[in-house]
Design a protein around this ligand. Structure first.
Ligand SMILES: [Mg+2]
Length: 186
């Protein structure tokens, strides 16, 4: 089968990683419970930053956010390694900016994800993912972002939502923990 995956906040815990970095960089101690109850994708509000300031903070910190030690979600790595061993095709579709695409691909390989160069896509806008996903003829696609998932509702691909605090209003098959993967695919 053909499986497609978003990377950030689907396979790896990027926003929480960034949240810890923000606490350090801004010398604050915002508790993790605040992060866990955010109802939007952006994380800057609890640090007292405006949307404009938050955007700058994110872009200024991107190098650290992307390329330090952001952990995969528990069992995500193992799940994809197993799919690869079983002969399934694995595609990555990330809207990380084009200038970060190749480095992100290398980071994913170093982290242990099974990556085939031709099956790694980046640099598109959230709403453009749908075109790539259609062309690839995926059986399953996993993502966390409402803006992406909403564009896929009428496509033949089976869409699974990776549970996050900001996407609970979306009514789709939902995966809270990666250990649920096998049951969801059945
Ligand atoms: Mg994502």
């Amino acid at each position: 089968m053909k499986f497609g995956f978003d990377i950030d906040d689907t396979l790896i815990n990027l926003r929480e990683h960034a949240f810890h970095l923000y606490n350090k960089k801004l010398n604050q101690n915002v508790p993790i419970e605040v992060f866990q109850s955010l109802n939007r994708v952006e994380i800057h509000e609890p640090f007292g930053l405006s949307d404009e300031e938050g955007k700058h903070m994110w872009n200024r910190s991107l190098e650290e956010i992307y390329y330090t030690s952001c952990p995969p979600f528990p069992d995500a790595l193992e799940t994809l390694q197993q799919l690869d061993k079983q002969g399934h095709e694995i595609f990555y579709i990330t809207s990380r900016p084009a200038e970060h695409g190749e480095r992100t691909k290398e980071w994913m390989k170093q982290t242990g994800f099974p990556v085939v160069d031709e099956r790694f896509f980046y640099g598109m806008k959230d709403h453009e993912k749908v075109e790539i996903i259609k062309q690839l003829n995926l059986d399953y696609y996993f993502d966390d972002k409402p803006d992406v998932l909403n564009t896929l509702l009428n496509e033949s691909v089976k869409v699974i939502i990776k549970d996050q605090s900001y996407n609970r209003h979306i009514d789709l098959p939902r995966m809270v923990h990666w250990k649920e993967f096998k049951n969801i695919i059945k």
